[in-house]
Design a protein around this ligand. Structure first.
Ligand SMILES: Cc1cc2nc3c(=O)[nH]c(=O)nc-3n(C[C@H](O)[C@H](O)[C@H](O)COP(=O)(O)O)c2cc1C
Length: 437
């Protein structure tokens, strides 16, 4: 199999044969009805097994409110009937923002968030007599935000985020203050009508960086206990002081070198001992939903979001099918260790019109309870409706993992699908091409 071996299947059988030939752990099922089953979480119902993953649209107003374009995206998702809508990365403070196009929930933007949540619920109730489970992803963009807030120095990572060795590291005191921002934002999220908040700990943003901060001194670095304590404290405090459900989107492994990597051993190989221990401790703190992900879009995007297209400068070291299998196996590992957790699987958009069969296969075999789609949601916001109502996806609407959405985000343009939603997103994509000519 070559690294350039992209999606090229003329039938489900063709795809299944390839998976069999390569002996990959990717399950298939035609029992699509499994995706229609409900899940109860503390008296709230998730109406089916399909979720919209958090996807930054880079279209917030400068103060951090949802704009008309943000509303358009979320209303399209709402009409698309996914049982769970996981709102995109939303900053917990001004300095946590990736840039001034990222959502930021605070007392000044609260009404705009609450109005959007209300609109989503009212529309769903009117049309479907039910509304989706809504999770708000709370984030600090860390070294990848404009403020470049870092927890550790590392030659490789500093080079990627264009930071020199004199750049300050966030202090323990500043981290203590940051915890307050998480609590305040979680309170606002509850008041705005969200069902849960996600204390985002993935993709090497700040909380994810802390998990691997072996070289950091002080109470948040060094051993496992210190590295995981920020996340565990915040989760515990939200449970105790806010009383909203807490979910976690967690990197199961960063696939980085050991001195700063999470979920790797000294040889830099995948090692799930610490991630599984952390999930157990999060579960003890009443976390019920874990959204499984890995890698970082800035460092190893082939792990994070397997794709057929990649920006020119990045040559993925493997074919995307192997990347998809890796994410599926990590999800299976978590779900099989914690059968009572609701584990959300990631990375399936690459399967295009065959998503329903892999999603059903994963649910049938107990690899995950819910399947989320990210890039597919940009391309085909009502994928869940089509799967639930007809069992099939329209080939002319599916995501083709060309990764133009990631390029739009990287260039700080409004972000969506330049192929399937071209009336809005083709123009900013053409601007990138012109700017880089
Ligand atoms: C443009 C873009 C924006 C994204 N925004 C977020 C985000 O806000 N939070 C997050 O956890 N993941 C984010 N992701 C990652 C996706 O949620 C998802 O994990 C990834 O695309 C793989 O899933 P898929 O194959 O269904 O696309 C983003 C990915 C892309 C391409």
């Amino acid at each position: 199999m070559s690294n350039k071996d992209i999606f090229n299947f003329s039938s489900l059988e063709d795809l299944e044969n390839k998976v069999k030939k390569l002996n990959l752990d990717i399950p298939f099922s035609t029992n699509i009805d499994l995706l229609k089953e409900k899940i109860e979480i503390n008296g709230r119902t998730i109406n089916n097994r399909l979720a919209i993953h958090p996807m930054e649209g880079c279209d917030a107003t400068s103060k951090g409110s949802p704009s008309e374009l943000t509303e358009r995206r979320y209303m399209r998702y709402t009409k698309g009937l996914a049982g769970l809508i996981w709102f995109e990365a939303t900053a917990v403070s001004e300095s946590a923002r990736a840039n001034n196009q990222q959502l930021f929930l605070n007392k000044y933007t609260f009404d705009d968030f609450a109005n959007l949540v209300n609109m989503m619920k009212e529309t769903s109730l009117k049309d479907n007599k039910q509304y989706p489970y809504l999770v708000l992803q709370l984030t600090h963009s860390g070294r990848f935000g404009e403020n470049k807030v870092i927890a550790v120095h590392d030659e490789e990572l500093d080079k990627i985020s264009k930071i020199d060795f004199s750049h300050p590291i966030i202090t323990d005191k500043e981290l203590e203050e940051l915890k307050e921002s998480y609590i305040i934002t979680a309170k606002l999220a509850k008041k705005a009508g969200f069902d849960a908040v996600d204390v985002k700990s993935c993709h090497r943003y700040l909380l994810s960086e802390l998990l691997g901060a072996r070289t950091r001194e002080g109470k948040y670095g060094g051993d496992y206990e210190n590295r995981t304590s920020f996340l565990k404290d915040v989760v515990e405090r939200i449970e105790d002081e806010v009383g909203i459900e807490v979910a976690v989107r967690l990197n199961i492994s960063d696939f980085l070198h050991y001195s700063v990597g999470w979920g790797v051993n000294e040889q830099g190989e995948l090692d799930l001992a610490e991630p599984l221990k952390l999930i157990r401790e999060l579960k003890d703190r009443k976390v019920k939903i874990i959204n499984v992900t890995a890698g970082s879009p800035y460092i190893n995007p082939h792990i994070n979001r397997p794709a057929d297209g990649e920006p020119k400068k990045y040559a993925p070291p493997e074919p995307p099918l192997l990347g998809v299998e890796r994410l599926i196996k990590l999800t299976k590992e978590v779900q099989s260790n914690f059968e009572d957790l609701v584990v959300v699987g990631t990375g399936l958009s690459w399967f295009r019109e065959y998503v329903p069969y892999v999603a059903s296969g994963m649910v049938e075999k107990g690899y995950a309870k819910i399947i989320g789609l990210g890039r597919m949601a940009f391309a085909y916001p009502n994928f869940a409706k089509d799967i639930i109502e007809s069992g099939i996806l329209d080939r002319s609407k599916v995501c083709i993992t060309c990764i133009r959405c990631a390029e739009l985000k990287a260039h700080k343009k409004i972000t969506g699908c330049a192929i399937r939603d071209r009336e809005i997103y083709l123009k900013p994509y053409m601007e990138i091409l012109r700017e880089n000519r």
